[in-house]
Design a protein around this ligand. Sequence first.
Ligand code: ADP
Ligand code: MG
Length: 468
Amino acid sequence: MNGTCIEATDKINEAIAHKVGQQRYKIWFKNSTRLMIEDNYVKVGIPNLFIGGWIENHFAEHIHAAIQEVTGKSMKVIFTIDPALFGGQRRRQLDSQAEFLTKSPTARRRQDFNPNRRTNLRYRLDNFVVGGANQLAYSAAKTVVMEPRTHFNPLFIHGGCGLGKTHLLQGICRAVHENRPETRYLYVSGEEFTNQFILALKMGKLDLFRSKYRQTDLLVIDDIHFLASKKATQEEFLHTFNAIDMASKQVVMASDAPPKMIGQLSDSLVNRFLSGMVVKIDTPEMETRCAILRQRAAEIDRKIPEPVIEYIAENIRANIRELEGALLKVVAYCSLSRCEVNLVLAKEALEDHIARTDPIVHLSDIEAAVTTFFGITPADVHSSKKTRTISLARSIAMYLARKHTTMSFPEIGRFMGNKNHATVILACRKVKTFLDNPDKPVMWETSLGRREMCIQTLLDKLESSINR
Ligand code: ADP
Ligand code: MG
């Protein structure tokens, strides 16, 4: 990149700030985007699809106009993910972005922004690192790929967030497609299945829906726990499952909880799930974490010294997604300092990150305290169930997470069952409203009947059991 280009991008940034206003510029562009002028187009680096989608939908015209103004030409704008921007945003900025999204009635639609529109399958089995914690799940996945008729149906994979369930499921689909191109497969999330079912019901198109799902050789449903407490969808899914099973075709599912722990799943579904093969993915051992980091480093073509790999793997244990994020952050930090990656810089780069992700332990302590107190399970908290007790417990867990960790709203949401940042914001507001009305006790149900307590007393009790 030469000096003129840098100057030009500075000017374009200024022009964008002028057009969208300083405040919005600060929230959406600063530390969130990086412009690069190529021969006949401008690349806008974005930290993730969500932010990218928002910017594309709201500011594409401003960006175009700013480019035209500065360069005198109308240039194409291309959005790409830029790892150097990962983790560059401060908590306050993440919160402001989340607030904006929450207020926007159309925010949900934007989630499907996807620069790789050609395919929605990002992962492959051949770069899945196998270790003790995921060995069984991987072998089962391989069996589904190799054998058109396995002796188990369904294959049910469960495990915590960011441990590779989606990777395995998408990997199965791609490998099946490559090995046996004639196989008809369907990959959907539990949420998509539910939405399509409801839409079909409303539009009187159940026949179409049914034939689509029942005439498939391999049905893969991710995040099936989304069906918790959705009775009609569960029933429909049971019929779908039976039809596929009768035809000796395969069903594969993933969930963040084992079948029995998914709240309000009908007994017949639970039994169906248990009649197949249920495998768990555990958090990976040190050795696997190192192997994953080495592989990622090779993929991005960077040499990472072994002590740095070990430092990252040692400090980030709970979630592979975070592990990868940390590696990218170290790489970006070192490039900015124009140095080779080394341990001193890695420690510096991750100081903040480790302080922020360290509370994962803390978060599980909070969850443990809250679920024990209310007599529910962590899976209930992660579900979308809205019974009085569970939603109270969930709100309180989120409120305490916000109070006792430095995590942002989106981060808390992600760790508590992949919830939207909006859910966390609303939960915190709800608890604050209780606190503002101290005379009105909060109520919940237990197996021994209804209980009530002043919110402050309740929080005090929980906080003392967390800190013990
Ligand atoms: P989950 O669906 O369980 O929440 P994902 O499948 O989305 O988790 O995995 C999170 C990230 O970690 C992805 O980028 C995925 O590629 C990576 N990952 C998880 N497990 C492995 C593994 N065994 N080998 C390589 N990458 C992995
Ligand atoms: Mg997943």
